[in-house]
Every structure is written in C-alpha cells, then in structure tokens.
Design a protein around this ligand. Structure first.
Ligand SMILES: [Zn+2]
Ligand SMILES: [Zn+2]
Length: 365
C-alpha cells in the first residue's frame, strides 16, 4: 500500500509551549531548572547578569566518553558556576566536555568558550562566517572597526550623542581563540550516538547555525527562532550587507523543516516550527508596511528620522544610546529590503535620505 500525498501544504501547525516549567519560571522571573529533554539531552540555563534576556539555554548531549555542549554561556563568574553546576546535574563533570558547537558568535553563546577549553580541552565548532571574526582583535582592527561604525551611523543620520556615547566594536571577546571544526550547511556533527546536522541560518549573524536531530525530533534554534521575541536583525558595518534579506530567506527555509520540538537558546521550548517562522515573517511584513508608510508621509527622511517616528517596544526617548544604535540599524536593514523590492529609493548623501520609489516615465509600460 502506498500513502497518497495530497499535494497541498501540510496542515498549519500552531505554536505551542512545550517547556512548561521553563515558561512558568520565565513568568515568575526565575531561573528554570536543568531538564532532561530527551534521554541524554539536557537543557541547562546559564544566567546573563544584568540582561533582560536573563539566561541562555545551553544544551548538553551525553557521549560515550563525556559530553558535548551546544553554546556555552555568558562570560561571568556567576554564569560559569551555573554551567559547572548544571553539568554536574547531568551526572558529568565540566572537565568531561569533549566538544562545543556554538550557534553564533555573540557573547551570551560563546563567552565561556575559552574558559571551558582551558579546563576540558573541548574541541570548538562554528560556522566559518562567524569563526573568521575571532581573528579581528588587534588594536588596529578595533580602531578600523570603530571608524566603520561611526561612518555607518553618520550615514544613517544618527546624532553625535548616539555616535559618540558608547563606542562598541563588533567582537571584543574571544581574542586569540581559534576554531577546531568549521561547520558548513548540512554538516553532520561528529558525535557518536547522535544524528545532529548543522543548518546555516544567516541573518542574526552571518554564520548563525541551527542544529537538528531528526531521530530525536529536536531543532536547536539558537537565536534564529525564539518563542516570544523576534531576534535583532541589523546592518553591521563590514560584515552583513543585507542581513534582513538573508534572515527572511533563512525563515522561509526554516518553515519547510520537519515539525520538531524547538529548543531555543532563550526563553522556553515550543512546537510549531512553521507557525513560528510564518509569524516572524508576518512581523517583518508589518514592519515594512509601517516604515514604507512613514517614508511616504515624510519624504527625504534619514533612517534615524524614520526610527524616531516608528513604534518600538518601549518609548524611543527612554532608550539608551546603545538601544538607539540597535534600533536605527534595524530600520536600516528594513529600508534596504524595501529598496531591494523597489518600494523605496536611496538619495545618497551625507547623510543618506529615503524616498518612496515611483516608476519613471520610461519604466512605465
Ligand atoms: Zn545572538
Ligand atoms: Zn542570544
């Protein structure tokens, strides 16, 4: 007997919380417990001091001769102690970690990697596009990098107070570290007993990876897909030219993945891969519509001026200069996709300005 396929789309699954204890802890403002999600697969919350995301979920996988980790947590003493203690609750010791795969090069995911390697000798695995940034740490790199940020923010029309308030460079952690294993899209992780494959999902960073284990029905989604918030997608000078375009592409690919339980790096576990991916795509479409309407109402605006007027999760004038930077770079990412779609046009200048793109006479049929 053969199974008939209908040729239509699979039924639309809804998004549902599966990490109930994590969800309850999230609501109460507490740290969730270490949980064994599948036999030999644990989630370990590692706190992020003074950060509204509160914790990163590190995943530990049992091996014949120790443990593998997916992400390792923020570099702080409190975080390290939580990681060591969480690993102990799996029946292992931190010195037994053999392998650490990092979803992406952000400090909450990579931060403890040097310390972990120093005590365990764990092999470090990442995607090449993020791994390459580990080399950018000389004083010259930092200077060049900060000049690049200042140029970008000036071009976007950000005021001097925002440009100069808080100079941050892209990756100031992990200096001198190098990666042992470069993971490409589709790569099988060399972890005996596991069926884990890397899925390249650029957008949040250039080298972001998710990991799927089809036999256990799990998708470890890093920051690519979280149950509640939409990850920050913003232009990064010298790195990601069109991050939102890539992110939307990654989301479309994610929507076609098997309907596994999602094990994210923050918040709580959930099911409904396609539903969440579609929800995030819709969120960005709403954002495009709002930004396009704003440019239509205020021609020749800078990205900064648009950013000041569109809605944010908190009042714009209560945000710190660092959040203002994130916000204006997010707006920039949306404007670039709108330009790519032919909806808006850039008037290059100092700063750049945006207008709604109307077809010229010659372009009309
Ligand atoms: Zn991140
Ligand atoms: Zn994160």
């Amino acid at each position: 007997m053969t199974l008939q396929t209908t040729g239509t789309e699979r039924p639309a699954a809804v998004q549902r919380v599966t990490g109930v204890r994590q969800y309850e802890a999230w609501q109460l403002g507490e740290l969730p417990p270490v949980e064994e999600v599948r036999p030999g697969l644990w989630s370990i919350p590692v706190p992020m001091p003074r950060n509204p995301l509160r914790y990163v979920l590190v995943y530990a996988l049992a091996l014949d001769d120790g443990l593998a980790l997916i992400d390792v947590g923020w570099d702080a003493e409190e975080s390290w102690r939580a990681l060591v203690d969480g690993v102990r609750q799996t029946g292992h010791d931190i010195t037994e970690v053999r392998y650490a795969a990092i979803t992406h090069l952000h400090p909450d995911h990579f931060g403890l990697a040097p310390r972990l390697r120093a005590v365990s000798g764990a092999a470090l695995a990442m995607h090449a596009a993020d791994a390459t940034l580990l080399g950018h740490h000389t004083p010259d790199d930092t200077e060049r990098n900060e000049a690049g940020w200042a140029r970008q923010l000036t071009r976007l029309g950000a005021p001097r107070t925002v440009i100069e308030a808080d100079p941050v460079s892209l990756v100031r952690f992990g200096a001198g570290e190098s990666v042992d294993i470069v993971l490409e899209d589709g790569a099988r992780l060399d972890l005996p007993g596991w069926d884990l494959r890397a899925i390249w999902t650029p957008g949040h960073t250039a080298g972001h990876l998710c990991f799927a284990d089809d036999s256990r029905g799990v998708l470890l989604s890093g920051d690519h897909m979280l149950p509640r918030i939409s990850p920050n997608i913003s232009t990064i000078p010298g790195e990601l030219v069109d991050p939102l375009h890539r992110y939307l592409h990654s989301l479309h690919a994610t929507a076609a993945l098997p309907e596994h339980e999602v094990l994210p790096a923050h918040e709580y576990r959930f099911s409904g891969v396609a539903a969440r991916a579609r929800g995030l795509l819709e969120h960005h479409e709403e954002r495009f519509a709002e930004i396009l309407a704003d440019v239509a109402a205020h021609p020749e605006s800078t990205a900064w001026e648009v950013t000041e007027r569109v809605t944010w999760s908190r009042p714009f004038d209560t945000m710190t200069p660092r959040l203002h930077r994130l916000a204006v770079r997010e707006t920039d990412a949306h404007l670039l996709v709108l330009a790519d779609r032919g909806a808006v046009r850039l008037l290059a200048g100092d700063p750049d300005r945006w207008i709604v793109d109307t077809p010229t006479e010659s372009a009309r049929p």
